[in-house]
Design a binder for this molecule. Structure first.
Ligand code: A2P
Length: 340
C-alpha cells in the first residue's frame, strides 16, 4: 500500500470508539485522514488523536463518503442505517454491532480462526460478539485435538459490554453504596455494585437471553459447525472491562490431556496461558484488562464425563472482544491486498 487510509470511526465517543483511537496510535495503523463520527449530541466535541484535537461530526452517509474503511461501534440501529450505504459508496465496513452478524452473505470473523471467510469482494465484515470472540480464541484451537461434540459456557461479563455509561454507572453506584447513599440505576436494570444478574438483554420464550443466543449462533457460524450443541448462561458481574468465561468441552472420543491443551494454546497467537495451580493463579479480569491476549487456564478433566474437559478464560472486552479484533481484521485485509 503506497498511501495511508482514509479512516472513519462511527461511535468515536463511545467505550469501543476510544479504543480504536488508542489502537491506531499504538499499532501504527496507516491512517491518512480520520473522521470521528457519533450522534448529533456529540457533534462539535473534540477528541485527541496523535496529539491533535479532531472535531466530532454527526454520523451520516455524506460524512462517510470518500473513506476507505469505517469502523462502526454505535449500535445496530446506526449500522443498519449507514453501513450498507457506506459499503455501496466503496467504503469497507468493519461492523462491531450485531446488525449483520448472522447475514449469510456477511463474513463474521475472528482473524485467528476464520480470516479465510473474507475475500477481495468483501465490503462489510461483522466483528463478532465479545463473549464469542473470547471463547473462540481458546476453543477453536482445540479442534486440532479431536472433534468437538458439545460446549457448555457460563460467563462473568463486565460493565464495558454495555458501554461507557454502564462503566460510569458501576463506579458511581459503588461509591454511593460505600457512602451509604441511595442510587437509582439508569443504564442497568438492577443494582450492579456488589451484585450480579442474568445478562441485561431480552429473554426469549425458551428462556434464553439475547446474549446467550448470540454467543451460540455466532460461535457456530465462525467455527462453521452450524449444529454444534451449545448451552450458554450469560451473567453480568460488577467488573469494569474484561469478561471471564467457564467452559466445558466435550469431544467425540476421549478428552485430550491437559498437557495437549497447554501445548496447543502455547502455539496459538493471541492466547496466553495462566494456569498456576500451586499459586492458585488463573485467568482474572483485572489481569486481562488492557491486554491484547486472551488469558486461558484452569484446564482440568471433567470428573463427570470421560470425553470432557473444562477451562477458564478472561479477555479484555473492549480490546480482543471488540476494537482489537476489528483492527486485526483490517490489518489482515491490508496485508491480503483487499484494502488501499
Ligand atoms: P454519542 O456519544 O454521541 O451518544 P457506548 O457503547 O460506549 O455507549 O458508545 C456508543 C457510541 O455510539 C457513542 O459514540 C455514541 O455517540 C454512538 N451513537 C449512539 N447512537 C448513535 C446514533 N444514533 N448515531 C450515531 N452514533 C450514535
Amino acid at each position: 500500500m503506497d498511501r495511508g487510509l482514509r479512516v472513519a470511526v462511527v461511535g468515536a465517543t463511545g467505550a469501543v470508539g476510544q479504543e480504536f483511537l488508542h489502537l491506531f496510535e499504538g499499532r501504527e495503523f496507516p491512517v491518512e485522514s480520520l473522521a470521528l463520527l457519533a450522534s448529533a449530541r456529540s457533534a462539535g466535541r473534540t477528541l485527541l488523536f496523535r496529539g491533535q484535537e479532531h472535531l466530532v461530526e454527526e454520523a451520516t452517509a455524506e460524512a462517510l463518503n470518500g473513506t476507505d474503511i469505517a469502523f462502526f461501534s454505535a449500535g445496530s440501529g446506526t449500522s443498519k442505517a449507514l453501513a450498507p450505504q457506506a459499503a455501496a459508496q466503496g467504503t469497507v465496513v468493519i461492523d462491531n454491532s450485531s446488525a449483520f452478524r448472522m447475514d449469510p452473505s456477511v463474513p463474521l470473523v475472528v482473524p485467528e480462526v476464520n480470516f479465510a471467510a473474507v475475500s477481495s469482494a468483501t465490503k462489510i465484515v461483522a466483528n463478532p460478539n465479545c463473549t464469542a470472540i473470547i471463547l473462540l480464541m481458546a476453543l477453536a484451537p482445540l479442534r486440532s485435538l479431536g472433534a468437538i461434540s458439545r460446549v457448555i459456557v457460563s460467563t462473568y461479563q463486565s460493565a464495558s459490554g454495555a458501554g461507557a455509561l454502564a462503566m460510569e454507572e458501576l463506579k458511581e453506584q459503588t461509591r454511593a453504596v460505600l457512602e451509604g447513599r441511595s442510587f437509582e440505576p439508569k443504564v442497568m436494570p438492577h443494582p450492579y455494585a456488589f451484585n450480579l444478574f442474568s445478562h441485561n438483554t431480552a429473554v426469549n420464550e425458551e428462556g434464553w437471553n439475547e446474549e446467550e443466543w448470540k454467543v451460540r449462533q455466532e460461535a457456530r457460524k465462525i467455527l462453521d459447525m452450524p449444529d454444534l450443541p451449545m448451552n450458554v448462561t450469560c451473567v453480568r458481574v460488577p467488573v469494569l472491562r474484561a469478561h471471564a468465561e467457564s467452559v466445558t468441552v466435550e469431544f467425540d472420543g476421549p478428552a485430550p490431556s491437559e498437557d495437549q491443551v497447554r501445548e496447543v494454546w502455547s502455539r496459538s497467537p493471541g492466547v496466553r496461558i495462566v494456569d498456576d495451580r500451586a499459586a492458585n493463579h488463573f485467568p482474572m479480569p483485572l489481569e486481562a484488562s488492557g491486554q491484547g491476549d486472551v488469558l486461558a487456564g484452569r484446564i482440568r478433566r471433567d470428573q463427570s464425563h470421560p470425553s470432557a474437559l473444562s477451562f477458564f478464560v478472561a479477555g479484555d472486552q473492549l480490546l480482543k472482544g471488540a476494537a482489537l479484533n476489528a483492527v486485526q481484521i483490517a490489518e489482515r485485509m491490508i496485508a491480503a491486498g483487499h484494502l488501499g
